[in-house]
Ligand binder design. Structure first.
Ligand SMILES: [Zn+2]
Length: 91
């Protein structure tokens, strides 16, 4: 929509430039013509709409990680950890 508006503004600027008799108005119309035509050319397209919801993948219910029990305090810790975060002893 903005592109069309700027293109319309540049068209009006060209019309003004053609019909105006005062040199100041002609210069202003020329500036308007170049400015709005340039913007209507380089203005980026808006973002495409987001994909429909049935294409989204479901997030997993919970993270799957292997757990083991600390031999000192009995709490569950990650299987990759070598130190227990609760009692700071070696697992
Ligand atoms: Zn522990």
């Amino acid at each position: 929509m903005l592109r069309q508006t700027f293109f319309l503004a540049s068209f009006l600027g060209a019309l003004n430039l053609y019909y105006a008799e005062d040199i100041v108005i002609q210069i202003l119309s020329g500036v308007l013509l170049l400015f709005s035509l340039g913007i209507s050319v380089i203005w980026p397209e808006p973002l495409p709409p987001p994909p429909p919801t049935n294409l989204w993948s479901e997030a997993p219910e919970k993270k799957e990680r292997e757990m083991k029990t600390c031999s000192h305090c009995g709490k569950e810790v990650d299987a990759k950890w070598s130190m227990c975060p609760y009692c700071s002893k070696k697992v």
